[in-house]
Ligand binder design. Sequence first.
Ligand SMILES: [Zn+2]
Length: 121
Amino acid sequence: MDKFLRRKDSSSRTDDEEPNTSVTNNLKKVVKRKYDEDCIKYGFSWCGDETAPRPQCIICGDQLSNESMVPSKLKRHLYSSHPSCANKDKQYFKRCLEQNKKQKKFMKSAVKVSEKALEAN
Ligand SMILES: [Zn+2]
């Protein structure tokens, strides 16, 4: 019995460490949101990791966090940052996206050219 009590005592002395353990235990399970095709309605594509995609604004290229992959947040960005595009439909954003992709390709080749120019120097 004595032994038992002492053990209890010593374990209560390690209370200091408990906050740490409880923090780890309480770590919220991070829910990773997948990209929903519907996001294009709000002018959003995605970038980054496929398992935790980040919504990317097709219009301004802004990247939001994975937790922002919800219609309400995407909508808020669209309405506050691009009110003129708020009433555009999917097709419009898809076209923008295609154009962006083309532009990116163009930019990449432009970078290559300037890199070559640098080498030449
Ligand atoms: Zn934007």
